[in-house]
Design a protein around this ligand. Structure first.
Ligand code: NDP
Length: 288
């Protein structure tokens, strides 16, 4: 179920994962936010009320995220830190997890995901299971797994993933995938919740503009609120102070049923990035 607690001037909602961990419904994406800037943005976001941060070994900024969190002066236990094991490291997963732990410098990882379903992800999953048993990783999950691969992983391993992080936004709501995730108790975390930036014009769509005007909020807030209301954990990325505030401030209004239905009609089920089963994607992964 969802519960709300008060952080400073804003509310944050939480969901309970199958393993009992409580995860914020909204966090900060950090892809392309690294170095001194990444550290400052993370520390500032923490001050504003962000508690979940999404990073990855592949982003090269786990160190900056860790430093930002430590610089915030807020208790470690209040944060939910998500990172990802690169498929390039599945053959040396134990060492790679230790390196992530070291770069973050936060003692433990709240949630670690297999970044892509490429390479020897079974071996990597078993390493995540062992770290979870030791308590160094609190929750384990996957990213970019389609439902068939999820079912396979769940059936032939000891521990099931608590989360699948897949591209999800107004033009790609993932309702088919979601039915399977719900059936197997896997929480839906959506990446690129604003459509991966300005490449597309989803925030300019008339349905989105109308809803923004009606509720007196921004188009981005409609995009994020709509997903949170349908149970998706969102991780919008920004490095700008104004947008950090804007993207966080989505817990004080509710989109009504009619508007939720009109927004649902925008779904074209077309991801921009996350098409792991496309042959082109598998080929491209060899080059990363
Ligand atoms: P988003 O959908 O979060 O969009 C980010 C872009 O939108 C940036 O260009 C940002 O610019 C802009 N933006 C942010 N807030 C607003 C706003 N309020 N109004 C208008 N524009 C805004 O894209 P991402 O691809 O970054 O996805 C979010 C996160 O998801 C990533 O950072 C990463 O953590 C994760 N991710 C995971 C993947 C996976 O394979 N598991 C793949 C891709 C992403 P600016 O910074 O200038 O504000």
């Amino acid at each position: 179920g969802l519960s709300a607690i008060f952080h400073g001037k804003r509310f944050m909602e939480y969901k309970t994962l199958r393993d009992g961990a409580r995860i914020p419904m909204l966090g900060l994406g950090t892809y392309k936010a690294g170095g001194g800037e990444g550290e400052r943005v993370v520390a500032r976001a923490a001050e504003l009320g962000y508690r979940l941060f999404d990073t990855a070994a592949m982003y090269g900024n786990e160190d900056a995220v860790g430093r930002g969190i430590r610089a915030s002066g807020i208790k470690r236990e209040d944060f939910f830190v998500v990172t990802k094991l690169s498929h390039k490291s599945y053959g040396r997963a134990e060492a790679a997890v230790a390196e992530s732990l070291d770069r973050l410098g936060l003692g433990y990882i709240d949630l670690m995901l297999l970044h892509w379903p490429f390479g020897d992800y079974y071996a990597a999953w078993r390493v995540l299971e062992s770290f979870k048993k030791k308590g160094v990783i609190k929750s384990i999950g996957v990213s970019n797994f389609d439902p068939a691969r999820l079912i396979d992983l769940i059936n032939y391993n000891e521990l099931p993933p608590s989360v699948d992080q897949i591209e999800t936004h107004l033009l790609c709501r993932r309702s088919a995938e979601r039915k399977w995730m719900d059936k197997y108790g896997v929480a839906h975390m959506g990446y690129a919740p604003l459509g991966h930036g300005v490449k597309n014009s989803m925030l300019m769509l008339p349905e989105v503009r109308r809803a923004a005007a009606k509720y007196g909020v921004t188009e981005a807030q409609i995009a994020l609120r709509c997903q949170v209301q349908s149970g998706v954990i969102v991780i919008p990325k920004t490095v700008r102070e104004e947008r950090l505030r804007e993207n966080l401030d989505i817990f004080g209004f509710e989109i009504d049923k009619d508007d939720m239905e009109s927004l649902a009609k925008l779904d074209k089920n077309e991801p921009f990035i996350g098409t792991p089963d496309a042959p082109e994607k598998a080929e491209a992964a060899l080059l990363w």
